[in-house]
Design a protein around this ligand. Structure first.
Ligand code: ATP
Ligand code: MG
Length: 585
């Protein structure tokens, strides 16, 4: 019997090739064996910054795997560290997840469970599995030992459960100052895994919390809160990055010792808040972090770029935040494609940025409508056309996709062409325009350049040319061979546009390398943003915000999410047509 016959959750969508990786294999087995009737995952960002490209991988796995196997995924804001967290980030995180094409089964905050965590801690104390410790942070460190030496027991380790309970309740009541005491798990100070050497479960912190205000003077530690949050939500597969592999024994310890499934009194606070409790024993599974060269992705460094004014905010199109690359013109489908191509492994590695940019090019090549724009304009006057000449040429929106339809592109006597498509003295192999020679104007016919008009400084300011009437579209001479084809925009109809030419933010492939006392800010690319005024055909000006295009011969561009307007267009360059950095790494 096949997997899918035994469990409807395994029935794959016929159109999508089944993805095979070690996490999906585990899920498949757990469903086939009946260990879980349905799966549930969660994406648990800490709301202390904006999500970045690395998070896109976690989001695609958490939400994607749940959807593929007919399960569901929660969005949980891991807000256990009050000082660094901000509602602005919470909003952006929700926006980013939705943008990537996912929706959550339930939106949760780890702080929703503070009361459950507290009751669970009392249970651990009563069981003799946790104690209140009065050692200072420095002493705790000294007692912890090292990778080669075991730690020493805290002198407070043998306090009675009654004394511990009394002290812990007073911690909660706010009787002690920050850092005076901690609640620690009683596990094994000699463990080879330092995470198991009586780790802290609670610390005292008299700080306002974005969700619970001043209700709590104590806050749970990450491993404790995270494992119990998963257990509370009935998470079956808790996917996280490799750095948590050494924390897994502590994760399991917390889940097992607290044993929520058999402790209805601990989950009563959930019921009081109208939250469901679905018991499951969660299993943590680690996968490799996504890292690309040419980027920095740590939230701390990104914050520094923003605060020092080196970029224009978190959503600057040069930033690797999801808000940034979205504004740059990255599409959700390009990111999902990138995540699929990268795959999942247990090996951390630094990937080449061409994988990211390649996924964007492939996605936009397949889906982005084509338009014409000129970013460094030089006027070309076709002297054999009437001053009033005007026609609408019909252009396909996409060369490989008839369903994308067509549009009218106005053509007239005066055109803008790209300055670099003309050369007075053509370099060897030049296939574009030069006086006395011909070139094809994309979709309009063949022209000859007759004259270059110069200003007093000798700079070419205008070209005069003639259009061969026999070479117009549909005419016999239309297929006559000429060396090159150039794009153009009708000067009478073209709309002036602000064009932001973005490039890589750093000049080196490893900006994180601190050699010779330099840091990433020393490698900022001074040419990562250039703003020019160009002209776009009317159909491009009419674009909706965030609509992406291929501007023929120039690259992929997107109508800016915030600044673009039909009467004042603003386009951001998403990526060039080809990799212009190849070989420079
Ligand atoms: P950073 O170190 O960049 O601040 P973080 O790990 O602290 O990131 P969280 O908000 O805690 O960020 O992460 C939420 C989830 O996203 C976690 O499950 C985490 O493992 C995952 N995640 C974070 N960065 C990456 C990455 N580069 N690749 C894959 N998953 C990631
Ligand atoms: Mg974190």
């Amino acid at each position: 019997m096949s997997d899918s016959a035994s469990n409807p959750a395994l029935a794959a969508d016929d159109n999508t090739p089944e993805k095979r990786d070690f996490i999906r294999s585990i899920v498949r087995e757990d469903l086939a064996s009946g260990r879980h009737a349905a799966i549930r995952t969660r994406f648990p960002p800490e709301p202390n910054g904006y999500l970045h490209i690395g998070h896109a991988k976690a989001i695609c796995l958490d939400f994607g795997i749940a959807a593929e196997f007919g399960g569901n995924c929660n969005l949980r804001l891991d807000d256990t560290n009050p000082a660094k967290e901000d509602p602005e980030y919470v909003r952006a995180i929700q926006d980013d997840v939705r943008w990537l094409g996912f929706d959550w089964h339930s939106l949760r905050h780890a702080s929703d469970y503070f009361e459950v965590f507290y009751l669970a801690a009392e249970k651990l104390i009563r069981q003799g599995d946790a104690f209140v410790c009065d050692l200072s942070a420095d002493d705790v460190r000294a007692y912890r030992g090292s990778l080669t030496e075991p730690g020493r027991n805290s002198p407070y380790r043998e306090r009675s459960p009654e004394e511990n309970l009394d002290l812990f309740r007073r911690m909660r009541a706010g009787e002690f100052v920050d850092g005076a005491r901690t609640l620690r798990a009683k596990i094994d100070m000699a463990s080879g895994n330092i995470n198991l050497r009586d780790p802290a479960l609670y610390r005292i912190k008299h700080v306002e919390h974005q969700n619970t205000g001043s209700e709590w003077p104590i806050y749970p530690m990450y491993d404790y809160a995270h494992s119990l949050s998963d257990a509370v939500e009935g998470i079956t597969h808790s996917l996280c990055t490799l750095e948590f592999e050494d924390h897994r024994p502590l994760y399991d310890w917390c889940v097992d010792k607290v044993d929520l499934a058999h402790s209805p009194e601990l989950v009563q606070p959930l019921t009081d808040r109208g939250l469901p409790f679905e018991a499951a024993k969660p299993r943590q599974i680690e996968f490799s972090r996504l890292n690309f060269n040419w980027l920095v992705m740590s939230k701390r460094k990104l914050l520094q770029l923003v605060e020092s004014g080196r970029v224009h905010g978190w959503d600057d199109p040069r930033m690797p935040t999801l808000q940034g690359i979205r504004r740059r013109g990255y599409t959700p489908s390009a990111l999902r494609l990138m995540v699929d191509r990268v795959g999942i492994s247990k090996q951390n590695s630094l990937l080449d940025i061409s994988i990211l940019e390649g996924a964007l090019r492939d996605d936009l090549d397949a889906h982005a409508p084509r338009r014409m724009a000129v970013i460094d304009p030089l006027k070309l006057v076709l002297t054999n056309l009437d001053a009033t000449h005007e026609e609408a040429l019909v252009f396909a929106n996409h060369p490989k996709d008839e369903a994308a339809g067509s549009r009218g592109v106005p053509f007239s006597r005066e055109l803008w062409i790209e300055r670099e498509d003309f050369a007075e003295v053509p370099p060897p192999g030049f296939k574009r325009l030069t006086v006395g020679f011909e070139v094809r104007l994309r979709g309009a016919g063949i022209i000859r350049c007759d004259e270059a008009i110069k200003d007093a400084d000798g700079r070419v300011v205008e070209l005069h040319g003639t259009l061969d009437p026999e070479s117009r579209p549909g005419m016999e001479g239309a297929n006559r061979k000429v060396k090159g084809t150039i794009h153009w925009v009708s000067a009478t109809h073209g709309v002036p546009a602000e064009i932001r030419l973005y490039d890589r933010l750093f000049t080196v492939a490893d900006p994180d390398n601190d050699e010779g006392g330099k840091t990433y800010v020393d490698y900022l690319n001074p040419d990562s943003r250039k703003v020019v005024t160009g002209y776009v055909e009317p159909a491009a000006a009419q674009a909706a915000n965030e609509q992406g295009f291929q501007f023929e011969r120039l690259g992929y561009f997107v109508a800016d999410r915030y600044d673009h307007k039909a009467d004042a267009p603003v386009f951001n360059r998403s990526v060039t047509l080809r990799d212009t950095w190849a070989g420079k790494a």
